[in-house]
Design a protein around this ligand. Structure first.
Ligand SMILES: NC(=O)c1ccc[n+]([C@@H]2O[C@H](COP(=O)([O-])OP(=O)(O)OC[C@H]3O[C@@H](n4cnc5c(N)ncnc54)[C@H](O)[C@@H]3O)[C@@H](O)[C@H]2O)c1
Ligand SMILES: [Zn+2]
Length: 368
């Protein structure tokens, strides 16, 4: 097991990473909290795969554990489903000492985190992430949110968990497509901040699962995110580099229709696009652009986009949260492992680059 410490002013917590660690670590943490009620927030898929898993892990602690089971899917990450968590908390007479436990992927983590941030003005919560994406990204850093019909993650808050337990054995049941999509976010951390992590990943294959490799790779990936969040919790500066690949990634998700491509799949192509632009603007050496492209194209599926006109491209890009003054803050690489924020990048330039990218890399993106 590896442990990472997150040190934010007045809020320090541990992230434990390993296989078969939950049974050992979770009861100890819960006993230290001196709470008499813990609420597990999960979904129907996890409940079917791992029935009452967290209650069973905690059965000898003497803490009452109740489980709030939500429907599964990004389409339920909204205010209606959030209300179901609040109803549940009210019905079991939860109070400020009640501990919320998010048990699931990023959707559950984001919703449970936001419920914890707002119920009786804030209750403690912990994350037990079960997807690779949640292991390396969403369970770390304290961003919580639900979607509004007009925009993803638009209603939320920053709320750090009090503990994160990354139990690798949950990945045994994760579909391969989800696994690969999560892996893209892990690689992203290497590409933007740590070339050695990218090298390390390139020398190992993701499947079949090797928990020794994953423990080390996830540890390093989380360490990068933690270091960035410690410097800039609320994304006033450097935290924006974590959005690398997400400008085109979000455009792909929206334009292809939500659900057609997984977030990590869309971001994988977005990462290649941002690396391509970095190379074309003489920031990134050509061999590094080639290295990123050839490795990622082995993992991601080619994206097929419906026809896209310039005006639509502009609208989609400017609709993104990162847009400002009719331009975007676009993240570029100056070398593998080093990124920077290009303020006020023009949409015109991105449109031209996007067309050049589609022409040069038909194996990554196909325009209808
Ligand atoms: N808060 C953040 O910093 C942050 C960062 C990145 C992404 N996110 C959010 O995370 C969400 C995506 O997270 P995700 O990719 O984990 O999606 P998800 O939570 O929808 O999980 C993907 C699917 O896998 C299933 N699943 C979960 N664990 C499983 C397991 N062990 N075995 C089998 N199936 C399992 C889920 O039920 C779901 O059907 C998005 O809503 C995104 O906005 C948040
Ligand atoms: Zn992402």
């Amino acid at each position: 097991m590896r442990t990472l410490q997150v040190k934010l002013p007045g809020r320090e917590y541990d992230i434990d990473i390993g296989s078969n660690i939950l049974q050992e670590q979770l009861p100890d943490f819960v006993l230290k909290k001196e709470t008499d009620l813990a609420i597990v927030v999960t979904n129907t898929t996890l409940q079917n795969l791992y029935p009452d898993h967290i209650s069973n892990v905690l059965k000898d602690t003497g803490v009452r554990v109740k489980t709030c089971i939500l429907p599964d899917g990004e389409q339920y990450k909204n205010l209606d489903t959030l209300s179901r968590i609040f109803d549940f908390l009210m019905n079991v007479s939860a109070n400020r000492k009640t501990l919320l436990i998010a048990f699931g992927g990023g959707v559950i983590g984001d919703m449970a985190g936001f419920a914890a941030a707002t119920f009786v003005r804030g209750i403690p919560y912990i994350q037990i992430p079960t997807t690779l994406l949640a292991h390396v990204d969403s369970s770390v850093g304290g961003k919580t949110a639900v979607n509004h019909p007009l925009g993803k993650n638009t209603i939320g808050s920053f709320k750090q968990p009090e503990y994160v337990c990354i139990e690798l054995s949950f990945l045994n049941t994760l579909p391969s497509r989800e696994l690969k999509a999560g892996y893209i976010e892990l690689l992203k951390h290497g590409i933007i901040h740590d070339e050695k992590l990218f090298d390390y990943a390139q020398n190992h294959s993701l499947e079949p699962l090797d928990f020794d490799y994953l423990e080390e790779a996830i540890f390093r990936s989380c360490a990068i995110k933690v270091r960035v969040v410690e410097q800039d919790e609320t994304e006033a500066g450097i935290r924006a580099t974590l959005n690398f690949g997400h400008t085109l990634g979000h455009l792909i998700e929206t334009h292809a229709g939500y659900g057609k491509y997984l977030h990590g799949e869309a971001v994988g192509t977005g990462i290649c696009f941002a690396a391509f632009v970095s190379w074309r603007r003489n920031e990134l050496p050509e061999n590094e652009w080639e290295r990123i492209k050839s490795y990622l194209s082995k993992i991601i599926t080619p994206i097929k986009l419906p026809p896209l006109q310039k005006e639509q491209f502009r609208e989609l890009i400017l609709h993104d949260k990162k847009a400002h003054k009719q331009a975007v803050n676009f993240i570029l690489l100056n070398k593998l492992g080093e990124s920077f924020i290009q303020q006020e990048t023009s949409v015109e330039m991105l449109w031209n680059e996007f067309n050049a990218f589609a022409e040069n890399c038909p194996e990554l993106v196909e325009l209808g």
